[in-house]
Design a binder for this molecule. Structure first.
Ligand code: ZN
Ligand code: ZN
Ligand code: FE
Length: 761
């Protein structure tokens, strides 16, 4: 008789790990206990030595599908009690590494039961099991047990309790287990309509062209028929969102295949347990409205991941339901996604005709995650539901605990405990008091849940960021020091952290705008960086950015100044010919630049893209962040697909004051000259991408000679541009570099908090 105490670390809570252990133990004649300890699962295994060994092997090698085992420790004990059976015992919290499971999309078995007339959970909008259902969004504190979730106030009926306590069922120890008799309920706000009748009513409303708000797992969605252009346009007007693409939810894979081209690997990802929005290439012949993603080559698509969404498509009533729904975040412009009825009525009530809600509380918001696809792998744009709060684990870290507040746009924060960097779900843009409040409450909840007691708070350097004032307050409230990290350096650090790289690298940080150490606007930066320091080794050629905030939306303003720089006296006429501006506007802008009124020196690569987009007549200005530059990329991609004519262009990098300058101004001048000579805008859009990639590679060569570095990290929002990413990565690899890029952490400001945390742990 032997007794072994086993500690299992990783995602082992809320994924059916304890029931799995109990079943496995019985199979191998093991007696003892299994318990959640908050930071790990503890198993006491008593039995014959051989049996214990095979038992441990099974746990290590074939754990439940949704679990992620990050470590197993075993210790023999001599003085253990004698057990007569194997039991799951009550959790008793202990301090240590904590893994909280993200929310898991409804599994196939639950889906089958949902539509099985003979099942007692037939059409139950909250069906779940140990393999699926909400996790993070309903969790109040660890360890993960029903009383500490928003299911705590729904006592199980006898039948559910029977399943919950019986190891033979799929719902053994499934915390959110419930049924039509004991579970939460869906209802229409302001009416007495409940349950399936409520879902039916929403289906009919949608098919009449109406807009519905629907409460899901991590918040509300706004929803309409994606094939009804009038409804889509109305939603655009109400949401004040003229052009920005809407995400779609499609009924099933057949529908996705009909509307989109699916690359190898994408189907598995679309149907997997995380169910993110994936950007897929549109087919030419589509049934969805052209206004879903106007002028885009791609459209964001996800499959239903919650029972209520499955019922929306497939409820057995007589409504003729569409198979493509717009599913956009239910929030007012600038505000976080609504998570309760009160917010929904107040903030999105005027955007919709009907609200379908339910009485299971959402404790932490989780927007849908958004992924692009690069070289056969996901390339994250927004990391939230299904991913957060899984930690990024790094090898090189102290045992420090801290929080980092992230950037101002696309904010997420990070709670760090030694080598575990827990990046939060997406919070939103911090220009709004409501988003700041959401940051405050989510930060507190995550720190509680993960038992992070920060001894430091890390933030950006920008003097007017709301996140920076937030961090200052947090620092004085908790009496802990505030550490500042330069924005574009934080981008590089996030890429290093994701790749678990602690070495010195050449960091290419191409981005929108951020506060530079010299008080100018940065955003096209080249660094020599390691985990704790950096040197600004180069940048794109600086230009004048005139007009404050307007200049980040209106690329024509940037174009105008670049044209002045290149063409002197004939600039006004060129601006007129290119539809940049009329001579009177030209004069005003010139005076402002010359006198330095509302003018800053900038190396923002994002703004340079906007300027080229304006010059080529692609977009003179943007109605949402990244519109002009994305449209420029699509223009280049359309060109390269239809024609492979080689382009000749000249690029140069030179050194000035010990720094490398990427001569982007010459590239710009070349593009303007050739466009005025009648060359195709698609060709020139492509040329711009290729030239920039070329200069990145040349810059890499110069710095390799100088510093002997072989690794280049590519980060910053501009690298959401897959054409630039591809061209740069290929060119660098051709030149023998090891290139680090992002995959599950966004290259944009959604990854900033991770970089900030990595700097300081
Ligand atoms: Zn399930
Ligand atoms: Zn029940
Ligand atoms: Fe940024």
């Amino acid at each position: 008789m032997n007794t072994v105490c086993i500690h299992v670390y990783g995602i082992v809570q809320g994924v059916g790990f304890r029931p799995f252990t109990a079943v496995t133990a019985k199979k191998h004649n093991i007696r003892g206990t299994v318990a959640n300890k908050g930071s790990y699962v503890e198993i006491i295994a008593q039995g014959k030595k051989n049996d214990i060994d095979t038992f441990i092997d099974t746990i290590k090698n074939s754990p439940p599908e949704r679990s992620v085992i990050m470590g197993v420790d075993c210790t023999e004990t001599d003085d253990a009690a004698v057990y007569d059976a194997f039991r799951i015992t009550e959790s008793e919290k202990e301090y240590g590494c904590i893994f909280v499971s993200p929310d898991i999309a409804t599994c196939d078995k639950c889906r089958e039961e949902l539509f099985d007339k003979n099942n007692r959970r037939y059409l139950h909008p909250f069906i779940n099991c140990t393999q699926c259902g909400p996790r993070l969004t309903i969790l109040d504190s660890m360890p993960y047990d029903r009383v500490r979730t928003s299911m705590g106030k729904f006592p199980m009926c006898d039948k559910c309790a029977g399943e919950y306590y019986s190891p033979q069922t799929r719902r053994f120890d499934a915390q959110p287990v419930c049924c039509n008799d004991c579970g939460p309920q869906v209802y229409i706000i302001g009416e007495d309509t409940k349950g399936i009748a409520a879902i039916s009513k929403v289906r009919r409303a949608i098919m009449e062209g109406k807009i519905a708000a629907i409460k899901g797992i991590g918040g509300f969605h706004l929803c309409c028929d994606a094939k009804n252009t009038d409804a889509v346009m109305r939603l655009r007007r109400l949401k004040d969102r003229p052009m920005k693409p809407f995400a779609l939810m499609m009924k099933d894979m057949d529908t996705v295949r009909r509307e989109c081209i699916i690359a190898p690997g994408q189907e598995k990802y679309l149907t997997g347990w995380q169910k993110p929005i994936l950007l897929l290439e549109k087919r030419d012949a589509q049934t969805i409205s052209d206004m879903i993603a106007p002028d885009n080559l791609t459209v964001g698509v996800m499959l239903p991941y919650a029972p209520v969404q499955m019922l929306l498509f497939d409820c057995p009533d007589d409504a003729m339901m569409t198979d493509c729904l717009v599913m956009t975040s239910g929030n007012a412009r600038g505000a976080p996604i609504c998570r309760n009825d009160e917010d929904a009525i107040k903030e999105i009530g005027s955007f919709c005709d009907i609200i379908l809600s339910h009485n299971r509380e959402i404790l932490i918001r989780a927007d849908d995650s958004v992924c692009d696809w690069f070289e056969g792998k996901p390339y994250m744009i927004r990391r939230s539901r299904g991913f957060a709060p899984l930690p990024v684990m790094v090898s090189d870290a102290s045992d420090k605990q801290l929080v980092s507040i992230g950037g101002e746009l696309k904010n997420s924060f990070c709670a760090a405990k030694g080598n575990m960097l827990y990046l939060s779900p997406y919070i939103g843009d911090m220009g709004d008091i409501r988003t700041l409040k959401a940051l405050d409450s989510s930060l507190e909840r995550m720190c509680d849940m993960l038992e992070v007691k920060p001894s430091e708070v890390v933030a950006d350097k920008h003097p007017s960021y709301n996140t920076v004032s937030f961090a200052e307050e947090y620092s004085s409230k908790h009496g802990i020091p505030l550490v500042s990290v330069q924005h574009h350096y934080a981008h590089i650090l996030s890429c290093m952290a994701e790749n678990d790289c602690a070495d010195k690298v050449i960091g290419i940080s191409f981005d929108g705008t951020g506060y530079g150490d010299d008080g100018t606007i940065w955003g096209g930066e080249v660094f020599i960086a390691d985990r704790h320091s950096y040197e600004r080794a180069g940048s794109i050629k600086p230009f004048k950015q005139v007009g404050g905030d307007a200049s980040s939306r209106e690329g024509w303003r940037i174009a105008l100044q670049l044209i002045r720089e290149c063409f002197g006296d004939s600039s006004s006429e060129i601006c007129e010919r290119l539809n940049i501006c009329q001579p009177d506007v030209f004069r005003v802008q010139s005076v402002m630049a010359d006198k330095g009124i509302n003018t800053v020196t900038s190396t923002s690569c994002g703004r340079l893209f906007d300027a080229v987009s304006a010059v080529l007549g692609v977009r003179r200005e943007s109605t949402f962040e990244g519109e002009a530059s994305t449209a420029l990329m699509f223009t280049a991609q359309r060109y390269i697909r239809s024609c492979n004519a080689p382009l000749t262009f000249c690029t140069a990098v030179y050194q000035e004051n010990g720094r490398v300058v990427l001569d982007t101004l010459s590239v710009f001048k070349d593009i303007v000259t050739r466009f005025l000579d009648g060359e195709d805008k698609g060709a020139l859009a492509y040329l711009f991408h290729a030239a920039l990639a070329d200069e990145i590679a040349q810059c890499g060569d110069v710095l390799r000679r100088k510093h002997g570095l072989e690794t280049v990290a590519l980060s910053g929002g501009v690298f959401q541009n897959k054409l630039l990413l591809k061209l740069s990565k290929d060119k660098l690899e051709e030149n023998g570099f090891n290139v680090l890029i992002h995959s599950l952490v966004p290259p944009n400001d959604g990854g900033i908090a991770l970089g900030q945390a990595y700097y300081s742990v």
